[in-house]
Design a protein around this ligand. Structure first.
Ligand SMILES: *Cc1c(COP(=O)(O)O)cnc(C)c1O
Length: 431
């Protein structure tokens, strides 16, 4: 199985975290997102451990909640000692409602609105990562109006060209995020931020992209950032105490994927930090990491009911399910590959190759193509694996499909953490 928390029971049913997926589909309906709490907690602990062991605990792991945001995930990650990375007023609101301490929240975004910034300043968010000069100036005015000193970091593009899909490549110069290093923009931003009375610049941030398997681009980004911090010390006597190294590494979506364990990747990055600081005689900064996908991605799956099967001779076989791009737009967006398993035939070999089609009115509404699958029939339960990240959080109401329920399983028991939307919810704001 793709992840160690998936098993097949004596009935030949797929189980996640000890819970039978066929029972879950019957009890909660489909489509259904299922998240394995134990695996999420183990991932949180894995991150906490590596910071403790390799870096003397001089850092913080902030769960990148855009991967999957709801109250319960903030409670679970907070109880494991993590902070949270939020990217909008909505995520910030959810985190605060769930009891995530404001000082453990890092607020990101390249187009934060004034009302979002006012909300963050008013609630005492620990760090605001500024993306551009107009934002810095607006934040200064907002902080002054509230008579507060706000801790800020600056998002820098370190110019790293990591080998991943273009859409999730954010560290190179042609990116909408952050200040470029090469052009002097980043230095100008540092000096500007230092000049604002109500802003306290604690350090720099970079995020080179998502779903990256290579370790070296992460380590190189850390070196580039530290060398830049060193030049600021030499030219202007500025020593910044914090460095935020962004998101975590890629995860296993299909059998062929072979990512390194995230602990090894973070260890290598921290070694690069140690070595570079040593070479430059630069004080080791407090570090932050913001993993999302590697905490929740592999811990989730989505259950669907097979509605129909269309065999087009010499072309392809479509298996049509009761969800689609409205609950998982990632194949439609970036041809992200997934693995599917027939939950009620999980013990059978995969003898077919299918295209998984959704229920939305788009030909591109597919969950995958060329997917090996057991021979399925209508009413079978299908599981699409590793959907814990960027699925529920990217869900839409296209075709006015209500958002599915999310359950969390622990020790074989499931509980609802987000209720299934009803038609009444869909029209709630209609006049
Ligand atoms: C998306 C993002 C993350 C999380 O990335 P993962 O690949 O899910 O770990 C962290 N930080 C920033 C700024 C991001 O944009």
């Amino acid at each position: 199985m793709l992840t160690p928390n998936l098993t097949v029971n004596a009935k030949g049913h797929l189980c996640i975290g000890g819970a039978d997926c066929v029972d879950l589909a019957r009890d909660y309906g489909t489509p259904l997102y299922v998240m394995d709490e134990q695996m999420i907690r183990e991932n949180c602990r894995g991150y906490q451990d590596v910071i403790a062991k390799e870096y003397g605990g001089n850092g913080m792991i902030c769960y990148a909640s855009k991967a999957f945001s709801c109250k319960e995930i903030y409670r679970v990650t907070e109880s494991e000692g993590l902070g949270a990375d939020v990217v909008s007023g909505g995520e910030l609101y959810t985190a605060l409602e769930a009891g995530m301490p404001a000082e453990k929240i890092v607020f990101h975004g390249n187009s934060k609105t004034n009302s979002e910034l006012e909300f963050a300043v008013r609630t005492g968010v620990g760090r605001i990562v500024c993306d551009n000069l107009p934002e810095l100036s607006r934040l200064q005015s907002i902080a002054a109006a509230q008579n507060k000193i706000v801790t800020v970091m600056l998002r820098v593009k370190p110019g790293i060209d990591a080998h991943t899909h273009d859409f999730v490549q954010t560290g190179k110069i042609d990116s909408k995020f952050g200040f470029a290093l090469e052009t002097g923009e980043a230095k100008e931003a540092v000096l500007t931020a230092m000049g604002y009375q109500n802003l306290k610049l604690s350090g720099l941030h970079c995020h080179i992209g998502s779903q990256i398997f290579d370790t070296e681009p992460f380590a190189e980004a850390a070196r580039v950032m530290l060398r830049f911090m060193d030049t600021l010390r030499e030219s202007d006597g500025i020593v910044l105490p914090e460095l935020n190294l962004g998101g975590g590494p890629g995860i296993k979506y299909v059998e062929q994927d072979d990512p390194k364990p995230f602990g090894d990747v973070i260890r290598t990055i921290l070694n690069a930090v140690h070595e570079t600081c040593d070479t430059l005689s630069y004080p080791e900064p407090y570090v932050l990491f913001e993993p999302g996908r590697s905490i929740v991605g592999g811990a989730g799956l989505t259950l669907y009911t097979v509605m129909a099967k269309k065999i087009i001779p010499n072309v392809r076989t479509y298996v049509l399910v009761d969800g689609g791009m409205c609950d998982n737009p990632r194949y439609a967006l970036y041809q992200s590959e997934y693995e599917a398993v027939c939950a009620n035939r999980a013990g059978e070999p995969k003898t077919e190759t299918v295209t998984l089609g959704g229920k939305c009115c788009e030909s591109g509404d597919l969950l995958g193509e060329n997917m090996p699958l057991q021979s399925v029939e209508p009413d079978d339960i299908l599981a699409v694996l590793a959907t814990g990240a960027y699925n529920y959080s990217m869900a839409s109401h296209y075709n006015r499909n209500p958002n599915p329920e999310v359950v969390m399983v622990k020790d074989g028991e499931a509980r609802t953490v987000i209720r299934r939307e009803r038609y009444e919810d869909i029209v709630r704001n209609d006049i």
